[in-house]
Write a protein that binds this ligand. Structure first.
Ligand code: HEC
Length: 104
């Protein structure tokens, strides 16, 4: 193999490895948010069900942890939050919080 081709392949591998961690996290957040979007519209609109856009990462995380801990606040959100691990709550909160940061 020619040296140029070999170093190009090596560079590609390094990029792939260094990006996969952050990308996997963002993918998980996006996938989870897609399940939220069947009830909560992610464009900030909607009636009845409160919008979760613009709440911020900390507020989202705390709300999900509270829903997971207690059935009394809301049965639907309790069931949803129960299915999420700490890590999943963190990544979906991070993803959804970012959706609000784009000025419309
Ligand atoms: C089956 C429908 C449904 C799905 C799916 C759903 N939610 Fe909800 N969510 C609701 C309803 C209904 C409420 C209002 C509950 C209440 O009045 O306490 C709510 C409330 C919330 C709140 C509180 C909003 C506020 O203003 O305090 C947050 C945060 C939230 N949901 C986040 C999520 C996230 C994140 C997901 C995805 C992992 C999700 N929800 C998926 C129905 C849903």
């Amino acid at each position: 193999m020619r040296p140029v081709a070999r170093s190009a392949i090596a560079t590609g591998l390094v990029l792939l490895v260094s990006q996969s961690g952050a990308a996997a996290e963002a993918d998980q957040g996006a996938q989870l948010a897609a399940t939220c979007a069947s009830c909560h519209r992610l464009d900030g609109g909607g009636t009845g069900i409160p919008s979760i856009i613009g709440l911020g990462e900390e507020r989202l995380t705390n709300a999900l942890l509270a829903y997971r801990a207690s059935e009394s606040s809301n049965h639907i959100m309790h069931a949803i939050a129960l299915s999420l691990s700490d890590e999943e709550i963190a990544s979906v909160a991070r993803y959804v919080a970012k959706q609000g940061s784009n000025p419309r």
